[in-house]
Design a binder for this molecule. Structure first.
Ligand code: NAD
Length: 256
């Protein structure tokens, strides 16, 4: 059984299904309840392609009911899960009944490190890509940025200038560089982290707000956001935000 998140729905389906089927397994696949449509299309194609009945199976539904039923089911030998860490723990527990094999690909809080001798413009571009690609909804997002002190002032200034110019909008528009977040609940969670960063004393350099009105009405858009003056004990430094929020810290030298 395979359970996946919403942030790259078709890619997640492809990279879970292909190796399992190639290794001769029968598979039950559950996409996220927020993004089922590409999986439905893919399974229509799988059927048209003539897969034997029962080899590749699709079930739809939410985590606590359908996902849990798969994780706990005595006839499932293995669970391959990608998603949040909290869910990973629940799946591990539910899978213990028949001692399933499990693989868990969970959340991340990944640092990009920029030394003073880096290619300056390339480092700025990739720092932005790491933080804001897919609106930061990426398990491997570069959501923390560590910049060597000797270049940090100039680096952060350029980063903020470039970030403020990011065009936020609908994914259907050619002009758009960054789209919305997946849902209102998730947007509110990300905005909650912005409040937490401010309350814990980090400095908000740009962004931090929901975008409303005009083309943003009815969508879950927010400004690309950068914090600095962050300490390692702050929640915005320690916890996965999974939104367009970059937290910058500095270091003196390689040893530090
Ligand atoms: P999530 O954990 O809430 O949900 C993922 C899947 O698990 C969904 O299909 C959901 O329905 C299901 N689920 C939820 N509760 C369940 C339960 N109790 N039992 C069984 N299944 C349950 O995650 P999400 O919000 O969809 O995705 C975001 C998370 O995914 C982030 O933490 C991100 O880092 C992680 N992620 C990791 C990778 C990776 O390769 N490591 C890739 C993409 C996303």
């Amino acid at each position: 059984a395979q359970i996946v998140p919403w942030n790259y729905p078709l890619l997640m389906a492809a990279w879970k299904l292909a190796p399992a089927l190639a290794a001769g397994n029968a598979v039950v696949f559950k996409p996220s309840e927020l993004t089922p449509v590409t999986a439905v299309k893919l399974f229509e194609l799988i059927e048209q392609a003539g897969f034997p009945a029962g080899v590749a199976n699709l079930v739809l539904g939410d985590g606590p009911r359908v996902g849990h039923a798969l994780a706990a089911h005595p006839d499932v030998d293995k669970i391959a899960f990608t998603g949040g860490t909290v869910t990973g723990r629940k799946i591990m527990q539910a899978a213990s009944g028949n001692l399933k094999k499990i693989s868990l690909e969970l959340g991340g809080k990944n640092p990009n490190i920029v030394f003073a001798d880096a290619d300056f413009e390339a480092a700025v571009e990739y720092a932005m890509f790491g933080a804001f690609a897919n609106s930061g909804q990426v398990c491997a997002a570069g959501s923390r940025l560590l910049v060597e002190e000797s270049i940090c002032e100039r680096f952060i200034e350029r980063l903020v200038q470039r970030t403020k110019a990011i065009v936020v909008g609908s994914g259907l528009s050619d002009r758009t560089e960054m789209g919305p977040l997946i849902s209102e609940a998730h947007l509110n969670k990300v905005l909650g982290y912005v409040e937490s960063g401010k309350a814990e004393g980090a400095t908000l350099l740009c962004g931090g707000n929901r975008l409303t009105g005009g083309e943003y009405a009815g969508g879950y858009f927010m400004e690309p956001t950068i914090f600095t003056d962050a300490r390692s004990d702050m929640r915005i430094v320690k916890e996965e935000i999974f939104g367009p929020v970059l937290v910058v810290q500095t270091f003196r030298d390689e040893a530090e």
